[in-house]
Design a protein around this ligand. Sequence first.
Ligand code: PEP
Ligand code: MG
Length: 545
Amino acid sequence: MTEFTGKGVYGAAAIGRISVFRRQDIAVKRVRITDTEKELARLEAAKEKAVAQLGEIYEKALKEVGEANAQIFEIHMMMVEDEDYNDAITEMIQGQNVNAEYAVAATADNFAEMFSSMDDSYMQARAADVKDISNRIIACLTDSGTAQQSTGGKVIICADDLAPSETVSLDKENVLAFVTAHGSSNSHTAILARNMNIPAIIGVGEAFLQQISDGDTAIADGFAGKLIVHPDADTLAEYEQKMQQEAEKRRLLQSLRGKENVTLDGTKINIYANIGSADNIGEVLLNDAGGIGLFRSEFLYLESTDYPTEDAQFQVYKRVLESMGCKKVIIRTLDIGADKQADYFHLAKEENPALGLRAVRLCLTRQEVFRTQLRALYRASVYGRLGIMFPMITSVWELEEILALCNAVKAELKAEGLEYAEDTELGIMIETPAAAVISDLLAPMVDFFSVGTNDLTQYTLACDRQNPHLERFCDPHHEAILRLIAMAAKNAHANGAWIGICGELAADTSLTEAFLRMGIDELSVSPSFVLRVRDAVRKIDLNQQ
Ligand code: PEP
Ligand code: MG
């Protein structure tokens, strides 16, 4: 039995087999070959396998994200068969007597470079696609794959680190837990784990990957932040019992479904849920959330290999709004940048990405991308109760430009005879100290504020939320953070706006009473935390000091 310790970021435990996450971009070596015919036959077999995989992914995507989003995999299938691409690979194998893996990788680099240098943004975006299909063919040639493909069934994913885009593309049905060598508790991967209700342990340290293998039995304990490999019979029995007790606790919480979020003295608060995908709606409804307080729409972009079209976005927003009926749905406009990168945006490398071209800064710089999203949002607004929320605001002028763009988009839709809901609420995230400090100026311009405590903590305390070595310094309970939230609440209410919290701190029940005393109107938390926060609210008496 071997034990590795890190930090638990989602309190739950899982028992299962380990699967070591391998990146698709496998290091490819140049090998001299003599039998070119054999190499070409290997290539053909790998391509066939890649097309079959893409066909399966297409069918899955068709069911889960609709035809518009699934189309990219059809394009990938065609790209595998593309004549120019195949001629280049074949010529390299025959002309230079190199192995197929190397010929595919080198051709992918050449084609990607060629696409990137084109003026047309559509063609530029194909660079990521050609790399993607080439990596798939190489994986088929080397018989490697993603963690789940190689082992099958439900597994504990162990990785050095996982980027948000890698996390979203994992087959969630088959993930029992995440364990990473690096990472920090406020990273988007940790947040995704919480949203997906799966035990997650971060910061276990580099060495653990050398001491585990695919198929090892392990316990991932997200409470204590421990990974126990090859547990003995007693430990297994202990954890099985613990998991049963947890299931019982969850069952008890379910008895709070349908009950009000009201304190003993009669103060009410809304408890909403945070989601990253329309697929999370089931969890939202199961946990009886009063609405959606944060739909991180950038995950739509991270899941795609090209800009999601207006129609594709419209379909997703419409689905979420329709599923939530008359409950409020707050969709945040894309917060791409910093750790959330999509290749096809071709963003320049930055020295300090967290302080870089992120969220509304990107939207105001690339207005065509922003406009497409705003059009999709407004078109969807007639299917429910929509609120649109803008992230990373620091200045009044940004909000003025955004509101002008919203008006322009509405006028455009009207001229085209397309409907939108006039009462769509508009709000901003308070996640920079600047926004909190000038919240008196911002509040009259919007219907609501929502405090993003993850970034507010990062920017107020000057602690990179991705840096695992700063956990001790990155204290979200810091008096400065609480004062900024209280200041924003006071200014919101003085100007007739409501205020919620959608950062991870909203689920911290040791602060629920403090938030109620500040007059916070809404707490938006991962779906599985809704009933726990309701339970905490119902035990508070604000008449007691
Ligand atoms: C936040 O910063 O608190 C927030 C909710 O946004 P994100 O975590 O997606 O940056
Ligand atoms: Mg944020």
